[in-house]
Ligand binder design. Structure first.
Ligand SMILES: Cc1cc2nc3c(=O)[nH]c(=O)nc-3n(C[C@H](O)[C@H](O)[C@H](O)COP(=O)(O)OP(=O)(O)OC[C@H]3O[C@@H](n4cnc5c(N)ncnc54)[C@H](O)[C@@H]3O)c2cc1C
Length: 319
């Protein structure tokens, strides 16, 4: 079977697109390997219309169920290869299963690093988005109101300050724990001093806490770092491997460059010279990373895909 559309990624972008396309009676397959943030987010989200106070895991389950109910098929798997052109794409999973589609939507999101604990990110996972850890200043900073916060720098020292500054509007105090990059550019050092941000240098050796709540980070030198909440300042890497296989144009930071309706273009092509049959949506585009924005961009891409398919092969479903 050749699907009208294969969507890679079942985050808010991919599922919102799947819902629209399935509702419009397109055959849609969504493939996902479950590495997005929401299935692991046990804390409530406060800025997603229709879902305020709902946990990330519940929001994404609900979106999945709605897309499936509308007629989309959801397949668990890791897409390793994509090839072909408009009307005839081939997508291969790690399991070697192959699927075919007329159009594709890349909604693969971004990857984030968690802090290392004794050299491994695994011990941090029981706490990541489970209780008092935070990752997204635009989404979560009001939750820090009146709290004493440690920003854990997992990437560059300058990025840690850049992410800490907006949190200062809400937090009672902020300290920076730099576990990776240690040096500030002079302009960032000036800002650090101006805002009286204390810096702790060190590696995390162990976490004290339970049920997703961190009570202290124990550093290699034995120091005990306590706070009400821990904000993770982590580099974000767009998951662009499939886009690279299709030779799509990427931004400097590796996001897929798109038109505002999610259209993509080949490397070196000018805006307007969009690639037929391939769209991108969500965090993998250069845009603010939020659930509603991802869902909205998935929706507009799906509208475009549906209109494209209509033009290619008009249907007469009413008779
Ligand atoms: C801890 C945390 C808290 C957050 N809190 C908020 C909040 O309160 N409010 C808010 O608005 N936003 C929040 N965000 C941001 C929000 O979660 C993202 O902006 C949103 O999930 C992006 O949606 P997306 O569909 O673009 O990508 P994602 O949700 O990342 O989904 C992409 C999907 O693609 C899949 N995938 C990637 N590559 C492949 C492949 N090769 N094969 C198969 N599957 C693949 C992944 O498994 C993943 O499921 C938070 C993010 C984090 C990390």
């Amino acid at each position: 079977m050749k699907y009208d559309t294969i969507i890679i990624g079942a985050g808010p972008a991919g599922l919102s697109a799947a819902l629209h396309l399935a509702f419009h009676q397109r055959s849609v397959l969504v493939i996902d390997r479950r590495t997005g943030p929401l299935p692991f987010t046990l804390t409530p989200l406060y800025n997603v219309p229709g879902f305020v106070h709902k946990r990330g895991v519940d929001i994404i389950k609900h979106m999945e169920q709605e897309a499936i109910k509308a007629g989309a098929r959801l397949e668990r798997g890791n897409v390793q290869q994509i090839s072909g052109a408009a009307g005839d794409f081939t997508i291969q999973l790690e399991s070697s299963t192959i699927f075919q589609a007329k159009t594709v939507l890349l909604a693969t999101g971004v990857a984030r690093y968690h802090p290392l604990v004794a050299g491994s990110y695994q011990p941090f996972l029981p706490y990541a988005a489970k209780g008092n850890t935070y990752y997204c200043p635009d989404c979560e900073s009001p939750e820090l109101l009146g709290k004493h916060i440690v920003v854990i720098g997992v990437g560059g020292a300058n990025s840690a300050i850049a992410e800490a500054l907006p949190l200062l509007e809400f937090a009672a105090s902020i300290r920076l724990l730099l576990t990776a990059g240690q040096d500030f550019k002079p302009e960032w050092e000036e800002k650090r001093v101006a805002h009286k941000l204390e810096v702790i240098h060190g590696q995390i050796a162990a976490i004290e806490g339970s049920r997703g709540i961190i009570t202290a980070l124990i550093l290699e030198d034995g120091a005990r770092v306590t706070a009400d909440g821990y904000y993770v300042s982590s580099p974000k890497f767009p998951r662009n491997q499939l886009a690279q296989q299709l030779a799509l144009e990427l931004s400097e930071r590796g996001h897929i460059k798109t038109g505002w309706r999610g259209q993509t273009k080949l490397l070196g092509a000018v805006d307007g010279d969009w690639l037929e049959g391939v769209w991108a949506a969500g965090d993998v585009q250069p845009q603010t990373q939020q659930v509603s924005i991802a869902a909205g961009s998935g929706n507009i891409a799906a509208v475009m895909i549906d209109q494209y398919l209509q033009k290619k092969s008009p249907r007469k479903l009413g008779i």
